[in-house]
Unconditional design. Structure first.
Length: 193
């Protein structure tokens, strides 16, 4: 695609022309997917990454610059999305490892009655969270929605969702104290009442 075609395509995207978006998909989807597979070595993850890049591109199309190559922009976005996915997966693996370690400790340390009491206390504290914070936290921890799904559902940014979840954990930790830190990992991996 030459510079003039690139400029026209981006201007059409900025103005919200769906045909331009479809053209963008047809022209670059397969190439970007192949590139993402080389990064992830997993077809499913690669497809998710490319899909997220195209969705984010459409949502933030008004910020596109007609003077920059859309191809280069998309490749850079795929790479950045891969890095984000990699970091999240790394964090999840670490969290799962800690969860397994702590779950054994808790299972030995607490009986069912004690666990039930702690879950009641945690649920009471969740109900005391500020309304927006509580809603995001419950959608994440009870309903199991991803941050992206919550952002779409509530029509807010992913950063807002992340901030609300972080705020909820901070409030819960302050309210419940250090002795509940281990139990929080267990409870948040179970269905909340």
């Amino acid at each position: 695609m030459d510079a003039e075609e690139n400029r026209r395509l981006i201007k059409k995207l900025i103005s919200g022309e769906e045909k331009a978006y479809i053209l963008l998909l047809q022209k670059y989807h397969q190439q970007l997917n192949a590139y993402a597979v080389t990064l992830t070595h997993d077809q499913s993850t690669a497809q998710d990454i490319v899909q997220n890049v195209f969705l984010k591109t459409w949502k933030s199309r008004k910020k596109l610059n007609p003077e920059f190559s859309i191809r280069n922009f998309l490749y850079k976005c795929v790479y950045n999305e891969f890095l984000n996915t990699y970091q999240k997966n790394k964090a999840v693996i670490l969290l799962n490892k800690k969860y397994i370690e702590y779950s054994h400790e808790v299972a030995v340390e607490f009986d069912d009655n004690m666990m039930s009491k702690m879950m009641d206390i945690v649920n009471r504290e969740i109900k005391k969270l500020p309304p927006k914070c509580q809603k995001v936290f419950v959608l994440s921890k009870k309903e199991g929605l991803s941050n992206s799904e919550i952002a779409d559902y509530l029509d807010v940014s992913i950063k807002t969702v992340e901030a609300q979840i972080t705020k909820a954990f901070r409030i819960l930790k302050n309210e419940l104290g250090d002795k509940y830190e281990t139990i929080l990992l267990i409870i948040f991996n179970k269905k909340l009442v």
